[in-house]
Structures are given as structure tokens and as C-alpha cells.
Write a new protein. Structure first.
Length: 502
């Protein structure tokens, strides 16, 4: 039945590809778009198989845990449809009677939200919505998310093909066929939804600044911004300087694009530094530092306990896990067990020791140590700390993992991909041509977004496996930025065998 349903929905979406004008694309036939769609489904299924038969911990796998929580939300549909609609739409979703569903979920609540929206709920709600059509079959969700991410990537292709008319094949690779984008962007994960929303925002925003105005364009811009706020707000923040700069450049007939990018970036830096004086809870530097410290603690692994007596939160290092005694649902620590207090994502010095083995605790969370954990310099909540950490952060995001750090086939694939992308960059710089003013603003757009997002990801994330996923949205822009610098004709004259490939 699952195969039959997946075949039906795949055929339906291919029908839409052939019927909807949006998929009428220069340099890319509807047949080719359909083939890419099927390829994405293949990669989505491969991701599912890897996380089913190789990484078998279902409770910690993003491929499953948001899907499972979505099923819990959807379980309300049959007997309590109003509960389902409230949880799905967020309207009065904090009603006390709905707690029975939330307490069954593993990801509806976070220990700390850093005064930001909990983006886990967006992917949970997506799965609960698709469950109306999937009848409980997982791969139907894969087909749906592949179509959405394909749509966003098609929008991205349509945005840049205007500037790369002589490099359409290279653009197809940059947008659709980078292995990490194919793999992580085709699974039942947030990345697929991000590619959809961000691609649509970029396309319709550039339609808007080029002079086209309609209700549809306004709807897609506003809708995409809203959806990114619910999905990955930091991606939207990384893109905002580039979007504003391109709007300013378009309004001034493409004059002085580099100067205007510099002015906009400086303005955003000043704005970020001023937020703490008006909205202390949303100080961006403190949010980054808190998020990083929590991520480092999670990557380190260990057990988090709540004292029944003092209500303090304690962290016990994984090397001392054998000193934790569990009796029914109550936890005890052996006398002299070392621990540290844990506050707002920070493991606090000094090391303390349990005085006896009679104090009782409740289990808050147990984290396994991340296999691909790396050292990153701890942030302090200041502009200076963020600036000093930026070079290491960008290098970690764009160039790691290296071949020597590859401890699994997935990491090896990413390391080889990094080398390949680096090779493309070198080739494009060797055969560089001076871009026009119109093209220069798009080059600046690509590199501004890439570097800002890489900085944020690398500054906060101490796990290479997580970096590999989080950087998926920037990879097409990184490659496109270099393609915009390439003199293809000069390159083919110097390296004629490439004519057979390109």
C-alpha cells in the first residue's frame, strides 16, 4: 500500500510540474525537473534507510522524532478534530486540555528557547498536516517534502539563470545536484522546508525589486518570511543585509554596489549592537553565546538531573554514569560522585561532590556524547568575542570535515564534497572575468549570505555532523557566487577537454 500511495503522489506532483507555469524554466525542461524530483525521492528514501538500519536510535534521530511527534498530534484528528486544528494552527494551542498530547511528544517543548519560537513545532505540524494524506506511511512524507524543496530550488534556479545564461548546466549542478543538498534536502527534515521557503523568498523578492508588482508576489514574500521565522530565523537574519542591499542597489540603477553592501552590513552591525539597550532579553550576542554553551554541553554528553530538595539542575559527566542509581523513577547519586550545576545552558564551575547517596533527583535528560565533536572557542556575550571567533567559525563551516576527520561514510562524502567545491572555487578564480554592475550585486548577495550564515553556524555548532546539515542552504549560493566570476570561454580554451563535460 505504501508503494502504491507513493507512486500515486509522485505521479500527481509530476502532473503539476507539467501543468503549472512556474515550472516553465529557461534551460531546464519539465522532463528534467521531473527527473530531478524522482532523484530527490531516491535520496530521501536512502536517508530513511540509513537512519533506520545503521543509526538505529529512533528517539534521537531527526528523521523519526518529528515524524513520531506529528503522529501524536494527528491522533487527535479522528475523535477530537478541534484539538487537532488548534495544535496545527497554533490558535489557542496552549489550552490545558492539549497538554495530554504535548506530554507524549519528545520535541514540542525545549529546555530553553532563548526567547525565540520553538522551530521544532513547525516540522511537527508539517508532518501532522501531511498525515491527512499519508495514512501513516512514512515515505509519503518524503514525496511531499521532496516536491516542496524541489519547488524552492527551482525558484532559486530561475533567479540566477538570468545571470548565467552561458552556464546553465553548471547552474543546474549548483542548485539541484550538490550531494549534501540532494541528501539532506530530500529527507523529512527542516532542511527541505527551508529550501522551499528561502528559494521562494529569493525569487519573488528579486521579481519585486525588478519592478514587478502583484498580489501573488506580495503573498509569497510575506508568506516566505513568516515561514522562515517559524523554521530557522537565523537564516532569514543572515539574508536580510543582502536583501536590503539589493533593493537599495536596484532603486539606484545598480550604482556603487560594493559601497552599498558595506554600508548595509555596517548598519546591521550597529543595529545588532543596539538591541540589548532596548530589548535586553533579545541581545543577539547573548543569544549566540547561550545557544553555543548549550550546544557544547549537549555535544559533550552526560546526564542532567533536578534535585528534589533544592530544585537545582545538575550535570553528571558521562564518565560517571555508573555512579547514577535508578530506583523506579527516582535517581540517586553515590556518595562523592562529582557533578556540576547547570544554569541556562551553561555547566558551571566548580566541580562539586554528592555528600551522600540518599538525596533524590528526577531525570531531566540524558545526552550521548557526539562522535564528531570539535573544539570551538567559547563565546562571551559581546561583539568583540563574536568578531574574534568569526574566522575560526567560517573555516569550520566551509572547510570541515576534512578527509582526516571523516569517521563515517557520510562524513567522507562531505569531506570529498568540500574538496570538490574548493576546486571549483580555484578554477573560477583562475579564469576570472570582471563582472558587470548588475552581476556584481548578485555576487555580493551570494557571498554576503554565505559568509554570514557560515559565521553563525560555525560559531555556535561544536559538532561536525550538525554543521554538515546546517550549511545545506548556503551551498548553492557559495557555488553560484564563484560561477558568476567565471569566464567560461577562456577556461575552455585553456582546458579543452572540459568541452566534453560542459
Amino acid at each position: 500500500m505504501e508503494i502504491l500511495l507513493c507512486t500515486f503522489y509522485t505521479a500527481f506532483f509530476i502532473f503539476l510540474i507539467y501543468k503549472i507555469n512556474f515550472f516553465s524554466v529557461e534551460g531546464l525542461s519539465r522532463k528534467n525537473i521531473s527527473a530531478i524530483f524522482i532523484l530527490k525521492i531516491f535520496f530521501g528514501v536512502a536517508l530513511y534507510l540509513i537512519y533506520t538500519f545503521h543509526y538505529t536510535n529512533r528517539s534521537t534521530s531527526d528523521v523519526y522524532r518529528y515524524y513520531d511527534d506529528g503522529n501524536i498530534l494527528f491522533s487527535a484528528f479522528k475523535n477530537h478534530p478541534l484539538d487537532y486544528l488548534q495544535m496545527l494552527t497554533g490558535i489557542h494551542s496552549d489550552a490545558s486540555r492539549l497538554q495530554i498530547y504535548y506530554h507524549q511528544m519528545s520535541n514540542w517543548y525545549k529546555n530553553y528557547n532563548y526567547h525565540l519560537y520553538n522551530d521544532n513545532r513547525t516540522i511537527i505540524r508539517f508532518n501532522a498536516l501531511v498525515s491527512l494524506f499519508s495514512f501513516g506511511y512514512y515515505q509519503v512524507h518524503t514525496v511531499f517534502i521532496c516536491f516542496l524543496s524541489l519547488t524552492g530550488l527551482t525558484a532559486l534556479y530561475k533567479t540566477f539563470v538570468v545571470y548565467l545564461k552561458d552556464k546553465k548546466r553548471e547552474l543546474i549542478f549548483a542548485v539541484f545536484l550538490i550531494p549534501s543538498v540532494l541528501f539532506w534536502g530530500s529527507g523529512v527534515l527542516k532542511e527541505g522546508l527551508v529550501l522551499f521557503a528561502f528559494g521562494m523568498l529569493i525569487f519573488y523578492f528579486h521579481e519585486f525589486i525588478s519592478g514587478k508588482k502583484s498580489a501573488k508576489i506580495f503573498f509569497w514574500i510575506v508568506g516566505s518570511v513568516f515561514y522562515l521565522l517559524l523554521l530557522k530565523v537565523y537564516i532569514l537574519l543572515a539574508a536580510m543585509p543582502a536583501l536590503l542591499a539589493n533593493w537599495w542597489i536596484a532603486k539606484s540603477k545598480n550604482k556603487f554596489p560594493t559601497l552599498k553592501y558595506g554600508a548595509v552590513l555596517l548598519m546591521f552591525l550597529c543595529a545588532a549592537s543596539s538591541v540589548q539597550f532596548f530589548f535586553p532579553k533579545h541581545n543577539p550576542y547573548k543569544l549566540l553565546a547561550d545557544k553555543q554553551h548549550a550546544f557544547i554541553a549537549s555535544a559533550r554528553g552526560g546526564t542532567y538531573l533536578i534535585s528534589k530538595t533544592t530544585h537545582d539542575t545538575l550535570f553528571v559527566d558521562p564518565v560517571n554514569v555508573n555512579k547514577i542509581i535508578t530506583q523506579q523513577k527516582t535517581i540517586f547519586l553515590k556518595a562523592k560522585t562529582p557533578y556540576q550545576n547547570w544554569t541556562r545552558g551553561n555547566i558551571c564551575a566548580p566541580i562539586l561532590y554528592a555528600k551522600n547517596d540518599t538525596d533524590s533527583y528526577l531525570l531531566l535528560e540524558t545526552d550521548e556524547a557526539a562522535n564528531s565533536r570539535i573544539y570551538i572557542q567559547p563565546l562571551s556575550p559581546s561583539l568583540k568575542s563574536c568578531v574574534l571567533n568569526s574566522p575560526q567559525a567560517i573555516v569550520n563551516c566551509l572547510f570541515r570535515p576534512t578527509l582526516f576527520e571523516s569517521t563515517s561514510p557520510l562524513m567522507l562524502m562531505t569531506a570529498l564534497e568540500n574538496i570538490f567545491v574548493f576546486g571549483i572555487a580555484i578554477l573560477c578564480l583562475l579564469f576570472y572575468k570582471k563582472p558587470s554592475l548588475e552581476t556584481r550585486k548578485m555576487i555580493l548577495f551570494c557571498f554576503s549570505f554565505t559568509l554570514l550564515l557560515a559565521d553563525i553556524i560555525g560559531m555556535v555548532t561544536p559538532v561536525l555532523g550538525a554543521i554538515v546539515r546546517y550549511k545545506v542552504p548556503l551551498l548553492p549560493f557559495l557555488v553560484i557566487g564563484f560561477l558568476l566570476l567565471l569566464d567560461k570561454e577562456k577556461m575552455l580554451k585553456k582546458i579543452p577537454f572540459l568541452k566534453k563535460i560542459l
